[in-house]
Write a protein that binds this ligand. Sequence first.
Ligand SMILES: [Zn+2]
Ligand SMILES: [Zn+2]
Length: 422
Amino acid sequence: MFDIGQELVYATQMDAAVLHTDPAPAGCAPAEGWRSLQRRMQVVCGQLNMVHAELVELAAEALRTRDWQGQGITSLGHWLTWQAGVSATRANEVVRLAKAKVTHPETMAVLADGAISIDQAAIAVKAPAYLDRHFGELAPVATVAQLKVLVRAATPAPYPQPDTPEPTESLSGWFDDNGRYHLHGELDPDRGRIVDAALKEARDSLFQAGQEDVTWADALVEVVNRSIDTVTDERAERFRINWFIDPTDSVPARWIDGIAVPDWLRQWLTCDGTVSPVFTAHGRPVNVGTTQHAVPERTRRQVLYRDKKCRVPGCAQARWLQVHHVIHREHGGGHDLRDLIAICGTHHRMHHRDRLGITGNAEDPDGLTFTDEHGRVIDPATRPTKPTGPPTSPPQPYRHPLGERLDRSAIYFPDPPYDDAA
Ligand SMILES: [Zn+2]
Ligand SMILES: [Zn+2]
């Protein structure tokens, strides 16, 4: 059915241990020490793989029961970064593996037996589902890098369409009736990759800065903000985004084109932005006052110095913090330090969209209560518990990948199963 190259097939028939029993070169540790280290490594790796499989099982349970939801959490991956203390990359891998329990049962069974690492499994389940059995057999003998090559080889390239005309580039953006922005575009492959790389870089830098649930929309706004930051003040002023508050209007705030600013956004922007009063006479502007921060600069610095990072439990964001009024300005909230907290943009947005409740006294380190959209109190981050016994040992110690060269020219996979409906 499949053949992955002479060398690798040959190697799979060998006892993996035999590959590495050459005596150690002179001057190195004696062979017995090396073997002992290898044996202990195999045991620990096998246990680690099984424990990772249990972590995936818990994630799969959370996926089924949706018990991760609420708590101001945006996704199962985000919940894992918080509950398991793992990186966003690892969390997304665990989510992918949890889903693969349905699509790639054979590969997942190999992980559950401790025979492959979580990294090997995370790549193997990227293979088409109909090749699950093959990848369940290949994964234990292939390194992560080799599995990537194999998965690429197993994923069929799109069938070329000879008669389609060369597509042209396009980019369009528009505001709908609710003032929401839509963006649609298609670029040539090289320029598309530049845009993609810039978005990835921005997303990564936001993540490195502590924003764990960073989205592609966040990344795009980050790229745009950086672009605006590089232009001169005079030019930036010309392109500043203005909106207008008119207490006498039935719609309290509008963008420059007259579209209403939603209530949540108005409350958010008045929390921590800059305001320039415009004085009018008979409906016409006659004077513009000094631009001021919504929170006095001195108070703002005091709040940021006191809080150092976003006050929401589980959030580590310490850059680009905003200041939030625990009692909203529109409800009479003032600039008292007990009513002001440092908060990251994502959580600030969530709060003003009614997905995160914040009450209490900000001056008391434990004085704030955060609630999710269902009103449940969000606990401070959980801590790993100390194991009470040794981890479960796999049926066989972990065997490392063979480490043989992979002959790409001999990689062959069967075609996808024939689909009558197609
Ligand atoms: Zn706010
Ligand atoms: Zn935050």
